[in-house]
Design a binder for this molecule. Sequence first.
Ligand code: FAD
Ligand code: UDP
Length: 377
Amino acid sequence: MFDYCIVGAGFAGSVLAERLARGGGKRVLVVEKRPHIGGNAYDHYDDAGILVHRYGPHIFHTNSRDVFQYLSRFTEWRPYEHSVLASVDGQRVPIPINLDTLNRLYSRNMTTDEAEAFLDRVAEPHEHPRTSEDVVVARVGRELYEKFFRSYTRKQWGLDPSQLDASVTARVPVRTNRDARYFTDTYQAMPKYGYTRMFEKMLDHENIHLLLQTDYRDIEGLIPYKSMIYTGPVDEYFDYAYGKLPYRSLSFKHETHDQEWFQEAPVVNYPNEHLYTRATEFKYLTGQKHPKTSIVYEYPTDEGDPYYPIPRPENAELYRKYKALADVESRTWFVGRLATYKYYNMDQVVAQALTTYQKILGVASDGSHSTTAPLAG
Ligand code: FAD
Ligand code: UDP
Protein backbone atom coordinates (compact mmCIF):
# COMPACT_ATOMS: atom_id res chain seq x y z
CA MET A 1 0.00 0.00 0.00
CA PHE A 2 1.39 3.42 -0.99
CA ASP A 3 0.88 6.37 1.32
CA TYR A 4 0.64 8.74 -1.64
CA CYS A 5 -0.12 8.52 -5.33
CA ILE A 6 1.35 11.62 -6.99
CA VAL A 7 -0.02 12.46 -10.43
CA GLY A 8 2.62 14.26 -12.51
CA ALA A 9 6.43 14.34 -12.26
CA GLY A 10 6.92 18.08 -12.88
CA PHE A 11 8.11 20.51 -10.19
CA ALA A 12 4.93 20.19 -8.08
CA GLY A 13 4.89 16.38 -8.11
CA SER A 14 8.63 15.85 -7.80
CA VAL A 15 9.13 18.26 -4.87
CA LEU A 16 6.29 16.60 -2.97
CA ALA A 17 7.52 13.11 -3.80
CA GLU A 18 10.99 14.04 -2.56
CA ARG A 19 9.73 15.69 0.65
CA LEU A 20 7.24 12.97 1.53
CA ALA A 21 9.72 10.15 0.91
CA ARG A 22 12.93 11.68 2.19
CA GLY A 23 11.54 14.10 4.76
CA GLY A 24 8.40 12.22 5.84
CA GLY A 25 9.40 8.58 5.40
CA LYS A 26 6.33 7.91 3.25
CA ARG A 27 5.94 5.39 0.43
CA VAL A 28 5.19 7.28 -2.75
CA LEU A 29 4.01 6.27 -6.21
CA VAL A 30 4.59 8.88 -8.94
CA VAL A 31 2.44 8.41 -12.03
CA GLU A 32 3.38 10.43 -15.12
CA LYS A 33 1.66 10.11 -18.46
CA ARG A 34 4.61 11.42 -20.48
CA PRO A 35 7.64 9.20 -21.17
CA HIS A 36 9.86 11.40 -18.98
CA ILE A 37 10.10 13.26 -15.67
CA GLY A 38 10.45 17.04 -15.24
CA GLY A 39 7.07 18.17 -16.59
CA ASN A 40 7.42 21.21 -18.80
CA ALA A 41 10.93 21.87 -17.49
CA TYR A 42 12.22 18.66 -19.10
CA ASP A 43 15.48 19.02 -21.05
CA HIS A 44 17.45 16.51 -23.11
CA TYR A 45 20.28 16.22 -25.62
CA ASP A 46 18.93 16.43 -29.17
CA ASP A 47 20.25 14.48 -32.19
CA ALA A 48 23.15 16.90 -32.58
CA GLY A 49 24.12 16.45 -28.91
CA ILE A 50 22.89 19.90 -27.84
CA LEU A 51 21.01 20.30 -24.54
CA VAL A 52 17.54 21.69 -25.38
CA HIS A 53 14.31 22.35 -23.48
CA ARG A 54 11.58 20.34 -25.16
CA TYR A 55 8.76 22.61 -23.97
CA GLY A 56 10.35 26.01 -24.55
CA PRO A 57 12.94 28.05 -22.68
CA HIS A 58 13.04 27.59 -18.91
CA ILE A 59 15.10 30.17 -17.07
CA PHE A 60 15.36 29.83 -13.32
CA HIS A 61 15.05 32.96 -11.19
CA THR A 62 13.78 33.55 -7.67
CA ASN A 63 13.91 35.90 -4.72
CA SER A 64 13.29 33.03 -2.33
CA ARG A 65 16.37 31.88 -0.47
CA ASP A 66 14.44 28.83 0.78
CA VAL A 67 13.52 27.72 -2.73
CA PHE A 68 17.03 28.25 -4.05
CA GLN A 69 18.61 26.40 -1.13
CA TYR A 70 16.14 23.57 -1.40
CA LEU A 71 16.87 22.99 -5.11
CA SER A 72 20.60 23.34 -4.43
CA ARG A 73 20.40 19.97 -2.70
CA PHE A 74 19.90 18.39 -6.11
CA THR A 75 22.02 20.47 -8.46
CA GLU A 76 25.00 22.73 -8.81
CA TRP A 77 24.31 25.94 -10.69
CA ARG A 78 25.65 27.92 -13.60
CA PRO A 79 25.17 31.66 -13.01
CA TYR A 80 23.04 33.03 -15.83
CA GLU A 81 21.24 36.34 -16.26
CA HIS A 82 18.71 36.27 -19.04
CA SER A 83 18.36 38.93 -21.73
CA VAL A 84 15.92 39.33 -24.63
CA LEU A 85 15.79 41.46 -27.78
CA ALA A 86 12.55 42.43 -29.49
CA SER A 87 12.33 42.72 -33.26
CA VAL A 88 10.63 46.10 -33.74
CA ASP A 89 10.66 48.49 -36.72
CA GLY A 90 13.39 46.48 -38.43
CA GLN A 91 15.71 46.70 -35.40
CA ARG A 92 16.50 44.41 -32.49
CA VAL A 93 16.18 46.36 -29.29
CA PRO A 94 16.18 45.41 -25.60
CA ILE A 95 12.95 44.23 -23.95
CA PRO A 96 12.07 45.09 -21.12
CA ILE A 97 11.96 48.56 -22.65
CA ASN A 98 14.93 50.49 -21.21
CA LEU A 99 16.90 53.65 -21.97
CA ASP A 100 18.73 52.02 -24.88
CA THR A 101 15.45 50.78 -26.35
CA LEU A 102 14.03 54.32 -26.37
CA ASN A 103 17.19 55.93 -27.71
CA ARG A 104 17.57 53.44 -30.53
CA LEU A 105 13.93 53.43 -31.50
CA TYR A 106 13.68 57.23 -31.61
CA SER A 107 17.30 57.94 -32.67
CA ARG A 108 17.83 60.02 -29.56
CA ASN A 109 20.49 60.33 -26.89
CA MET A 110 18.32 60.81 -23.81
CA THR A 111 19.49 60.60 -20.23
CA THR A 112 17.48 58.72 -17.62
CA ASP A 113 15.76 61.93 -16.50
CA GLU A 114 14.90 62.82 -20.09
CA ALA A 115 13.56 59.34 -20.70
CA GLU A 116 11.36 59.61 -17.60
CA ALA A 117 10.06 62.95 -18.86
CA PHE A 118 9.46 61.42 -22.30
CA LEU A 119 7.46 58.53 -20.83
CA ASP A 120 5.49 60.94 -18.63
CA ARG A 121 4.53 62.86 -21.77
CA VAL A 122 3.36 59.84 -23.77
CA ALA A 123 1.82 57.80 -20.92
CA GLU A 124 -1.95 57.78 -20.51
CA PRO A 125 -2.41 57.61 -16.73
CA HIS A 126 -5.01 55.19 -15.45
CA GLU A 127 -6.25 55.34 -11.90
CA HIS A 128 -7.03 51.63 -11.55
CA PRO A 129 -5.28 49.68 -14.33
CA ARG A 130 -7.33 46.51 -14.57
CA THR A 131 -6.30 44.98 -17.88
CA SER A 132 -3.04 44.13 -19.63
CA GLU A 133 -3.67 47.08 -21.96
CA ASP A 134 -4.32 49.58 -19.16
CA VAL A 135 -1.16 48.74 -17.28
CA VAL A 136 1.19 49.16 -20.25
CA VAL A 137 -0.49 52.22 -21.78
CA ALA A 138 -0.44 53.87 -18.35
CA ARG A 139 3.33 53.50 -18.23
CA VAL A 140 4.59 53.89 -21.83
CA GLY A 141 1.69 55.24 -23.89
CA ARG A 142 -0.11 53.80 -26.87
CA GLU A 143 2.65 53.82 -29.47
CA LEU A 144 5.12 51.72 -27.48
CA TYR A 145 2.26 49.53 -26.29
CA GLU A 146 1.39 48.77 -29.88
CA LYS A 147 4.98 48.20 -30.96
CA PHE A 148 5.91 45.81 -28.14
CA PHE A 149 2.82 44.42 -26.46
CA ARG A 150 -0.38 44.46 -28.46
CA SER A 151 0.39 41.98 -31.26
CA TYR A 152 2.64 39.77 -29.16
CA THR A 153 -0.11 39.40 -26.57
CA ARG A 154 -2.82 38.78 -29.17
CA LYS A 155 -0.64 36.06 -30.69
CA GLN A 156 0.37 34.50 -27.39
CA TRP A 157 -3.07 34.40 -25.80
CA GLY A 158 -5.49 34.62 -28.73
CA LEU A 159 -7.01 37.58 -26.86
CA ASP A 160 -6.58 41.33 -26.94
CA PRO A 161 -4.62 42.71 -23.94
CA SER A 162 -7.80 44.53 -22.92
CA GLN A 163 -9.31 41.08 -22.23
CA LEU A 164 -6.49 39.90 -19.95
CA ASP A 165 -5.69 40.71 -16.32
CA ALA A 166 -3.09 43.44 -15.75
CA SER A 167 -0.84 40.84 -14.10
CA VAL A 168 0.06 39.27 -17.49
CA THR A 169 1.90 42.17 -19.15
CA ALA A 170 2.90 43.54 -15.73
CA ARG A 171 5.36 40.64 -15.61
CA VAL A 172 7.54 42.68 -17.97
CA PRO A 173 8.88 45.86 -16.31
CA VAL A 174 9.76 49.19 -17.98
CA ARG A 175 13.04 50.88 -17.13
CA THR A 176 14.73 54.19 -17.82
CA ASN A 177 18.21 52.95 -16.93
CA ARG A 178 20.39 50.70 -19.08
CA ASP A 179 19.71 47.43 -17.21
CA ALA A 180 19.02 44.93 -20.00
CA ARG A 181 18.32 41.90 -17.80
CA TYR A 182 14.95 40.23 -18.25
CA PHE A 183 14.77 39.43 -14.53
CA THR A 184 16.18 41.23 -11.49
CA ASP A 185 15.70 38.44 -8.92
CA THR A 186 18.35 37.79 -6.28
CA TYR A 187 19.02 34.26 -7.50
CA GLN A 188 19.41 33.73 -11.25
CA ALA A 189 21.05 30.52 -12.41
CA MET A 190 20.58 27.41 -14.52
CA PRO A 191 20.98 23.87 -13.18
CA LYS A 192 24.55 23.08 -14.20
CA TYR A 193 23.79 19.69 -15.75
CA GLY A 194 20.24 20.52 -16.81
CA TYR A 195 16.78 20.26 -15.26
CA THR A 196 16.27 16.56 -15.95
CA ARG A 197 19.43 15.62 -14.03
CA MET A 198 18.14 17.69 -11.11
CA PHE A 199 14.78 15.89 -11.19
CA GLU A 200 16.55 12.52 -11.34
CA LYS A 201 18.35 13.36 -8.12
CA MET A 202 15.13 14.49 -6.44
CA LEU A 203 13.30 11.30 -7.31
CA ASP A 204 16.18 8.95 -6.54
CA HIS A 205 14.94 7.41 -3.30
CA GLU A 206 14.03 3.86 -2.31
CA ASN A 207 10.55 4.95 -1.19
CA ILE A 208 9.73 6.61 -4.53
CA HIS A 209 8.33 4.42 -7.29
CA LEU A 210 7.92 5.95 -10.71
CA LEU A 211 5.49 4.86 -13.42
CA LEU A 212 6.07 6.67 -16.71
CA GLN A 213 3.73 6.68 -19.72
CA THR A 214 0.83 6.00 -17.42
CA ASP A 215 -2.33 8.03 -17.02
CA TYR A 216 -3.38 7.77 -13.38
CA ARG A 217 -6.89 6.85 -14.46
CA ASP A 218 -5.54 3.65 -15.98
CA ILE A 219 -4.28 2.39 -12.62
CA GLU A 220 -7.15 3.59 -10.47
CA GLY A 221 -8.43 0.72 -8.34
CA LEU A 222 -5.43 -1.44 -9.31
CA ILE A 223 -2.75 0.00 -7.04
CA PRO A 224 -3.92 0.91 -3.53
CA TYR A 225 -2.87 4.20 -1.95
CA LYS A 226 -4.09 6.31 0.94
CA SER A 227 -4.02 9.86 -0.48
CA MET A 228 -3.46 11.53 -3.82
CA ILE A 229 -1.50 14.60 -4.88
CA TYR A 230 -2.79 15.80 -8.22
CA THR A 231 -0.78 18.20 -10.44
CA GLY A 232 -2.68 17.88 -13.75
CA PRO A 233 -5.45 20.20 -15.03
CA VAL A 234 -8.09 20.66 -12.33
CA ASP A 235 -11.07 20.64 -14.73
CA GLU A 236 -9.98 17.27 -16.13
CA TYR A 237 -9.88 15.77 -12.63
CA PHE A 238 -13.55 16.66 -12.18
CA ASP A 239 -14.53 15.42 -15.65
CA TYR A 240 -15.22 18.99 -16.79
CA ALA A 241 -18.24 19.16 -14.46
CA TYR A 242 -18.56 22.92 -15.04
CA GLY A 243 -17.16 22.93 -18.59
CA LYS A 244 -13.59 23.34 -19.83
CA LEU A 245 -11.21 25.74 -18.15
CA PRO A 246 -9.32 27.52 -20.93
CA TYR A 247 -5.58 26.83 -21.12
CA ARG A 248 -3.33 28.21 -23.86
CA SER A 249 -1.05 25.79 -25.69
CA LEU A 250 2.05 26.09 -27.84
CA SER A 251 3.48 24.14 -30.68
CA PHE A 252 7.28 24.02 -30.69
CA LYS A 253 9.44 23.98 -33.80
CA HIS A 254 12.93 22.78 -32.93
CA GLU A 255 15.77 23.29 -35.44
CA THR A 256 19.50 22.63 -35.48
CA HIS A 257 21.70 24.88 -37.62
CA ASP A 258 25.08 24.04 -39.05
CA GLN A 259 26.71 27.16 -37.67
CA GLU A 260 28.05 28.07 -34.26
CA TRP A 261 25.55 30.84 -33.46
CA PHE A 262 22.12 31.68 -34.92
CA GLN A 263 21.03 34.96 -33.36
CA GLU A 264 22.57 37.77 -31.32
CA ALA A 265 20.65 37.10 -28.09
CA PRO A 266 19.38 34.11 -26.07
CA VAL A 267 15.80 34.99 -27.00
CA VAL A 268 14.40 37.21 -29.75
CA ASN A 269 10.76 38.25 -29.33
CA TYR A 270 8.62 38.91 -32.40
CA PRO A 271 5.86 41.32 -31.38
CA ASN A 272 4.67 41.88 -34.96
CA GLU A 273 5.48 39.80 -38.02
CA HIS A 274 5.56 35.97 -38.02
CA LEU A 275 3.21 33.46 -36.42
CA TYR A 276 5.68 32.59 -33.68
CA THR A 277 6.18 34.72 -30.58
CA ARG A 278 9.86 34.10 -29.91
CA ALA A 279 13.00 32.19 -30.89
CA THR A 280 15.36 30.77 -28.26
CA GLU A 281 18.95 29.68 -28.83
CA PHE A 282 19.75 27.17 -26.10
CA LYS A 283 23.53 27.38 -25.94
CA TYR A 284 23.26 30.89 -24.44
CA LEU A 285 21.19 29.43 -21.58
CA THR A 286 23.24 26.34 -20.93
CA GLY A 287 26.75 27.58 -21.72
CA GLN A 288 27.36 24.49 -23.84
CA LYS A 289 30.15 24.72 -26.41
CA HIS A 290 29.28 23.07 -29.72
CA PRO A 291 30.06 23.80 -33.40
CA LYS A 292 26.32 23.64 -34.23
CA THR A 293 23.41 25.39 -32.57
CA SER A 294 19.81 24.44 -31.71
CA ILE A 295 16.88 26.81 -31.46
CA VAL A 296 13.15 26.62 -30.84
CA TYR A 297 10.27 28.72 -32.16
CA GLU A 298 7.03 28.93 -30.16
CA TYR A 299 3.71 29.00 -32.03
CA PRO A 300 0.74 29.70 -29.75
CA THR A 301 -2.39 27.61 -30.27
CA ASP A 302 -5.60 26.53 -28.53
CA GLU A 303 -5.06 22.86 -29.38
CA GLY A 304 -2.65 20.55 -27.59
CA ASP A 305 -1.20 20.16 -24.11
CA PRO A 306 -2.32 22.80 -21.59
CA TYR A 307 0.63 25.11 -20.84
CA TYR A 308 -0.76 28.45 -19.70
CA PRO A 309 -3.76 29.17 -17.45
CA ILE A 310 -5.35 32.30 -18.95
CA PRO A 311 -5.66 35.09 -16.34
CA ARG A 312 -8.96 36.91 -16.90
CA PRO A 313 -12.03 37.42 -14.70
CA GLU A 314 -14.38 34.88 -16.27
CA ASN A 315 -11.74 32.15 -16.01
CA ALA A 316 -11.04 33.02 -12.38
CA GLU A 317 -14.77 32.71 -11.77
CA LEU A 318 -14.92 29.26 -13.37
CA TYR A 319 -11.79 28.17 -11.51
CA ARG A 320 -13.41 29.21 -8.22
CA LYS A 321 -16.14 26.62 -8.88
CA TYR A 322 -13.57 23.89 -9.43
CA LYS A 323 -11.64 25.04 -6.37
CA ALA A 324 -14.79 24.64 -4.28
CA LEU A 325 -14.94 21.00 -5.45
CA ALA A 326 -11.22 20.54 -4.79
CA ASP A 327 -11.53 21.96 -1.27
CA VAL A 328 -13.97 19.23 -0.22
CA GLU A 329 -12.04 16.40 -1.93
CA SER A 330 -10.66 15.05 1.31
CA ARG A 331 -8.19 12.48 -0.04
CA THR A 332 -6.62 14.64 -2.77
CA TRP A 333 -4.29 17.66 -2.64
CA PHE A 334 -4.19 19.94 -5.71
CA VAL A 335 -0.80 21.51 -6.41
CA GLY A 336 0.98 23.26 -9.31
CA ARG A 337 0.29 25.48 -12.28
CA LEU A 338 -2.46 23.37 -13.87
CA ALA A 339 -4.15 22.06 -10.72
CA THR A 340 -4.44 25.49 -9.08
CA TYR A 341 -4.89 27.38 -12.36
CA LYS A 342 -2.15 29.91 -11.58
CA TYR A 343 0.31 31.50 -14.05
CA TYR A 344 3.19 30.42 -11.81
CA ASN A 345 6.90 30.35 -12.54
CA MET A 346 8.96 27.33 -11.47
CA ASP A 347 10.07 28.86 -8.18
CA GLN A 348 6.48 29.69 -7.23
CA VAL A 349 5.46 26.09 -7.87
CA VAL A 350 8.35 24.84 -5.73
CA ALA A 351 7.29 27.22 -2.93
CA GLN A 352 3.67 26.10 -3.25
CA ALA A 353 4.71 22.44 -3.08
CA LEU A 354 6.87 23.02 0.01
CA THR A 355 3.97 24.82 1.71
CA THR A 356 1.64 21.97 0.79
CA TYR A 357 4.08 19.52 2.33
CA GLN A 358 3.95 21.54 5.54
CA LYS A 359 0.14 21.44 5.47
CA ILE A 360 0.12 17.71 4.84
CA LEU A 361 2.35 17.15 7.86
CA GLY A 362 -0.04 19.25 9.94
CA VAL A 363 -3.09 17.32 8.80
CA ALA A 364 -1.36 13.96 9.10
CA SER A 365 -0.59 14.58 12.76
CA ASP A 366 -4.32 14.34 13.46
CA GLY A 367 -5.22 17.94 14.05
CA SER A 368 -2.20 18.73 16.21
CA HIS A 369 -0.08 20.94 13.97
CA SER A 370 3.36 19.60 13.22
CA THR A 371 6.36 21.76 13.96
CA THR A 372 8.58 20.06 11.38
CA ALA A 373 10.06 22.59 8.93
CA PRO A 374 9.27 21.88 5.26
CA LEU A 375 12.94 21.52 4.40
CA ALA A 376 14.03 19.33 7.30
CA GLY A 377 15.15 15.76 6.74
P1 FAD B 1 3.92 20.58 -15.14
O1 FAD B 1 5.35 20.82 -15.39
O2 FAD B 1 2.93 20.85 -16.24
O3 FAD B 1 3.76 19.06 -14.66
C1 FAD B 1 2.51 18.40 -14.60
C2 FAD B 1 2.74 16.97 -15.05
O4 FAD B 1 1.54 16.21 -14.81
C3 FAD B 1 3.04 16.86 -16.54
O5 FAD B 1 4.29 16.22 -16.72
C4 FAD B 1 1.88 16.04 -17.08
O6 FAD B 1 2.27 15.16 -18.13
C5 FAD B 1 1.42 15.28 -15.86
N1 FAD B 1 0.01 14.85 -15.93
C6 FAD B 1 -1.06 15.62 -16.21
N2 FAD B 1 -2.19 14.88 -16.22
C7 FAD B 1 -1.82 13.59 -15.92
C8 FAD B 1 -2.53 12.36 -15.79
N3 FAD B 1 -3.85 12.30 -15.99
N4 FAD B 1 -1.84 11.24 -15.48
C9 FAD B 1 -0.49 11.30 -15.31
N5 FAD B 1 0.24 12.44 -15.43
C10 FAD B 1 -0.41 13.58 -15.74
N6 FAD B 1 8.95 29.13 -15.40
C11 FAD B 1 10.05 29.80 -14.97
O7 FAD B 1 10.28 29.92 -13.76
N7 FAD B 1 10.96 30.31 -15.88
C12 FAD B 1 10.78 30.19 -17.22
O8 FAD B 1 11.62 30.67 -18.01
C13 FAD B 1 9.63 29.50 -17.69
N8 FAD B 1 9.42 29.36 -19.02
C14 FAD B 1 8.32 28.68 -19.45
C15 FAD B 1 8.15 28.53 -20.82
C16 FAD B 1 7.06 27.84 -21.31
C17 FAD B 1 6.87 27.71 -22.79
C18 FAD B 1 6.10 27.27 -20.39
C19 FAD B 1 4.91 26.53 -20.90
C20 FAD B 1 6.28 27.42 -19.03
C21 FAD B 1 7.38 28.13 -18.54
N9 FAD B 1 7.61 28.28 -17.18
C22 FAD B 1 8.71 28.96 -16.72
C23 FAD B 1 6.66 27.75 -16.17
C24 FAD B 1 7.04 26.35 -15.69
O9 FAD B 1 7.01 25.46 -16.79
C25 FAD B 1 6.02 25.90 -14.64
O10 FAD B 1 5.94 26.82 -13.57
C26 FAD B 1 6.33 24.54 -14.03
O11 FAD B 1 6.90 23.64 -14.93
C27 FAD B 1 5.04 23.97 -13.48
O12 FAD B 1 5.26 22.74 -12.84
P2 FAD B 1 4.03 21.81 -12.49
O13 FAD B 1 4.58 20.61 -11.80
O14 FAD B 1 2.96 22.60 -11.82
O15 FAD B 1 3.38 21.42 -13.90
N1 UDP C 1 4.77 40.41 -23.63
C1 UDP C 1 4.64 41.16 -24.78
N2 UDP C 1 5.76 41.43 -25.53
C2 UDP C 1 6.98 40.98 -25.19
C3 UDP C 1 7.11 40.21 -24.01
C4 UDP C 1 5.99 39.93 -23.25
O1 UDP C 1 3.52 41.56 -25.14
O2 UDP C 1 7.94 41.24 -25.91
C5 UDP C 1 3.56 40.13 -22.82
C6 UDP C 1 2.81 38.91 -23.36
O3 UDP C 1 1.43 39.07 -23.11
C7 UDP C 1 3.41 37.79 -22.52
C8 UDP C 1 3.50 38.49 -21.16
O4 UDP C 1 3.90 39.83 -21.48
O5 UDP C 1 2.58 36.67 -22.51
C9 UDP C 1 4.46 37.86 -20.18
O6 UDP C 1 5.73 37.73 -20.78
P1 UDP C 1 6.75 36.60 -20.31
O7 UDP C 1 8.01 36.79 -21.08
O8 UDP C 1 6.84 36.63 -18.84
O9 UDP C 1 6.01 35.28 -20.79
P2 UDP C 1 6.35 33.71 -20.59
O10 UDP C 1 7.84 33.58 -20.51
O11 UDP C 1 5.64 33.29 -19.35
O12 UDP C 1 5.77 33.08 -21.81
